[in-house]
Design a protein around this ligand. Structure first.
Ligand code: HT7
Ligand code: ZN
Length: 848
């Protein structure tokens, strides 16, 4: 297939103004009648070309005249040649098969619930349409369905609803806000609602509903609370009110991603809605809060203002991720949220940026757009907004956002238009900053210092690495937040931001004492900071830096050296001993200090230092260091473990979750001590999942005799609950011990393994691929296992298969033997007949 290029963008030749859809739902042969008002667009004159895939055209009329025999059909759509009037109504009727839809794009059935997923190009699997985001229309929808499907939902405001003479049911919906087709949604099924009400800042009432399968309604409380907090927060922080009288969320079990922001009808993976203390852990609660907020915030950043084309995906995703990060920081602890986000950025985006799948935040070409919903577009995209926020300050940021909403409401926009509001408000020239959108690769900032009494110089040099198809790069604009610390951690100068714009720049400070610099505070830019610090400096920063991010960063640097065997464990243990005992420090922050880098991070670091990674050696060295650390800190860990015990019943709030996180981090290390299994065995009987799951993980990790009975009891208790059972699979797949692959294979061969459900596939097969020690087994068995499963999943669900295949993207990090084993698996996949476009693109790029 030929790539689609940003440079080839042309406006549409035809625009749709209004869309009327009538659905007659059935598992097979569902009928979709569409009446669309077309007007000429600005694009070059030509025939009417509509996208359409896997549709059976039954009828076509233009202004009431039968044109069924005039349309030319092909596998990707329909062409109607001229002459055509400047405005006309086109009516089509198509048949589709929701039951046969395993790709989970378009209209499909999930556990008896009809639901749609249209982003990015799923609407074309529902009806013929110019399925591109710059065609914005108003939609009215009628759904007709059997009485067994009583709840009928779509976008916008509800209209008439009731029973038809034949006993079937119908419902009408009208969405007054023009939207692109990717925001269309329909849900129909036997659902029940958890309802609430929200009054907007200007006093309008909004009916809120979270729709789930009967029996699940008691698990919606937290999601509803998160929704109401999100709605209020967007009013307060961004001045944005909700704009319809209803807002519905539906939870479905079969979903390719986390959730979808369809106008007024968000559809969620049930994993990110349903929670109770017995079934969900603290991390689940946190994700539910963040994802509910993310999808809600899209109402303004994505829906009211959308993307001109899919190359501009970061316009809505980067901005909305930044907004959900701000929200979570406000709801919880700001530094803890920042550290978590940076850990994720480094683990996923830095990894992507350093490998064969690297691409700019605004890609310039793609074969399959689904392959570009990436950490780079989302997370690095959010980092660019964060840098803008830092560089212009919060006041100008808010003014720029106000101007963005004022100028572009109802439009499909570009990154140029986004940056222009900042230029207008601040008068800053953002030409150089814009390179962040077009240059892939993580810049490396190298630090050198000079000191002579009275004068301190700081020199920063930047290097932007070459990436696939982009060998040479220009210097970027990099904001480096900094402080200079004197004895006891005193700030010797006003903390500020150095803007590095040249390949190399030097700053001079008149100082009486030689400072320890604290650089890239708060991780002010998505770069790799290269400063050769001494162990003493790191311990000093961990103890004294006023910037919590850099305190944690100092601990991480010490941990890396100790776990890689480059430095002794003892000084790190001493520094940690002091920090974890500091009762002034938030328990959640102390938990982060105690959560040591995993093998994947150590492999990345090894490779970044110019050596090939040997997963067995990495694992052995890090296990030895972790055991030594646990031994050195055992008394403190045991005391903290006891002190952090929850005094009352489970509460999902950040403070309680932080105490549990610290307790569980202690248990993780103590599982390496003789006392570990008995502590874990007792904790595994606790009522909340936040306590049970880490306890089970500790038992499994220690290979304790109690592990197997505990696992069996867990399965017996939860066998009817798919979301909880997903955790059971994941736990086993991610245990870094000999024998894990054999166990995972047995689980995967059992007929009860529902691999066609993406959540279940991810909880076993994809989870196993994140188990660094086992996935990278020297005999290639882990690689073969993954490749076999990708080939099995691809014909049914190419989007998920391609996403999980990303596990191979780091293959060049490893020793030659492993490289050739992975290459062989990638080539085997590439040779498979009828491989999807999704997987072909990913595998070809990885082999590239
Ligand atoms: N905008 C959505 C991205 C998306 C998606 C969601 C569910 C299933 C398939 C999907 N393809 C793309 C989710 C978001 O970023 O909010
Ligand atoms: Zn999003």
């Amino acid at each position: 297939p030929q790539p689609i290029r940003l440079a080839d963008y042309t406006p549409p030749a035809w625009r749709a103004e209004t869309v009327r859809l009538v659905f007659d739902l059935a598992p097979r042969g569902a009928k979709v009648h569409a009446k669309i008002r077309f007007i000429r667009g600005e694009g070059p004159e030509g025939p009417l070309r509509l996208d359409g895939q896997k549709l059976m055209l039954m009828a076509a009329k233009l202004d009431g005249r039968d044109v069924f025999h005039d349309v030319a059909l092909d596998a990707d759509g329909l062409t109607l040649a001229g002459p055509l009037p400047d405005a006309f109504d086109l009516e089509t009727t198509v048949e589709i098969d929701p039951e046969a839809n395993t790709e989970l794009e378009g209209l499909y059935l999930s556990n008896g619930i009809y639901c749609t997923q249209c982003e990015a190009e799923g609407f074309r699997k529902i009806t013929y349409f110019p399925d591109r985001p710059d065609v914005m229309a108003t939609y009215s929808v009628r759904i007709e369905a059997p009485a067994s499907t009583p709840v009928l939902l779509s976008n916008g405001e509800p209209g008439e609803a009731g029973a038809l003479p034949d006993g079937r049911l119908f419902a009408e919906w009208h969405d007054p806000w023009p939207k692109p087709s990717y925001l269309f949604a329909l849900v129909a099924g036997n659902l029940v609602a958890h309802r609430d009400r929200f009054t907007t800042a200007s006093g309008r009432a909004v009916d809120l509903g979270i729709w789930v399968r009967p029996g699940d309604e008691s698990r919606c409380e937290y999601a509803m609370d998160a929704l109401k907090r999100s709605m209020r927060w967007d009013e307060e922080a961004y001045g944005r009110e909700y704009d319809l009288s209803v807002f519905n969320i539906v939870a479905v079990d079969d979903f390719n991603m986390g959730a979808m922001e369809n106008k007024g009808l968000n559809i969620f993976n049930s994993k990110y809605v349903l929670a109770s203390p017995e079934t969900a852990g603290d991390r689940d609660y946190e994700l539910i809060e963040g994802i509910i907020a993310h999808e809600y915030f899209h109402n303004w950043t994505g829906n009211r203002i959308t993307c001109r084309d899919w190359f501009q995906l970061c316009l809505k995703e980067g901005l909305t991720v930044f907004r959900d990060q701000q929200f979570s920081a406000d709801m919880r602890s700001e530094p803890v949220k920042r550290i978590d986000d940076v850990k994720m950025l480094r683990a996923r985006q830095f990894r992507e940026d350093a490998g064969p799948l690297a691409h700019p935040v605004r890609p310039e070409q793609f074969i399959e757009i689904n392959n570009f919903y990436t950490a780079t577009v989302y997370e690095k995209g959010a980092e660019l907004i964060r840098m803008l926020h830092l560089m212009v300050g919060p006041k100008a940021y808010r003014q720029a956002l106000d101007l963005y909403f004022e100028r572009h409401d109802g439009q499909a926009c570009t990154i140029e238009q986004w940056l222009d509001v900042f230029q207008t408000v601040t008068n800053r020239d953002l030409t150089q900053f814009k390179l962040w959108y077009s240059q892939a690769g993580t810049p490396r900032v190298t630090v050198s210092e000079g000191w002579k009494p009275g004068k301190y110089t700081l020199t920063l040099r930047q290097d932007v690495p070459s990436t696939p198809g982009a060998p040479s790069k220009k210097p970027m604009a990099i904001p480096v937040a900094f402080g200079l610390l004197g004895q006891g951690g005193r700030e010797l100068v006003e903390p500020g931001v150095l803007e590095l714009t040249e390949p190399e720049q030097t700053w001079t400070f008149d100082l009486d004492e030689r400072p320890v610099p604290s650089l890239l505070r708060g991780f002010s830019a998505p770069v790799i900071l290269d400063r050769r610090s001494t162990a003493a400096e790191r311990a000093f920063l961990l103890a004294h830096d006023s910037d919590p991010f850099n305190r944690w960063e100092a601990a991480r640097a010490m941990a890396l050296e100790a776990l890689m065997g480059a430095e002794p464990v003892a000084p790190f243990a001493e520094a940690l001993r002091l920090a974890i005992a500091d009762a002034d420090l938030d328990p959640a922050f102390r938990a982060l200090l105690l959560t040591l880098p995993g093998d994947d991070e150590l492999a990345r670091e090894t490779w970044a230092r110019g050596r090939q990674a040997d997963p067995d050696a990495i694992h052995a060295a890090s296990e030895t260091a972790k055991a030594a650390l646990a031994e050195a800190l055992e008394p403190e860990l045991r005391a903290l473990y006891t002190a952090m015990e929850s005094p009352g019943p489970y509460s999902p709030d950040a403070a309680a979750a932080g105490r549990r996180a610290l307790r569980n981090a202690c248990l993780g290390l103590l599982s390496r001590r003789p006392v570990g299994p008995s502590l874990a065995e007792a904790q595994a009987k606790a009522p909340s999942m936040s306590e049970r799951l880490p306890a089970l993980a500790a038992l499994l990790h220690a290979g304790a005799p109690a592990a197997e009975p505990a696992l069996a009891a867990f399965a017996e208790e939860w066998k009817a609950d798919p979301l909880v059972m997903d955790k059971w699979y994941l736990l086993q797949a991610t245990t870094p011990r000999e024998g894990t692959l054999a166990r995972v294979k047995t689980l995967s061969e059992d007929p009860s393994f529902a691999w066609k459900t993406p959540n279940r596939f991810r909880s076993l097969v994809a989870a196993f691929s994140t188990n660094h020690f086992c996935f990278h087994a020297a005999d290639g068995s882990g690689y073969r296992f993954l490749a076999d499963w990708l080939l099995k999943l691809d014909p049914l669900n190419p989007q998920t298969a391609a996403r999980v295949a990303g596990a191979f993207e780091t293959w060049r990090r490893y020793d030659d033997a492993r490289q050739s084993l992975i290459r062989a698996e990638l080539e085997r996949i590439a040779r498979a007949p009828a491989l999807s476009r999704d997987l072909t693109e990913i595998v070809t790029r990885m082999l590239g």
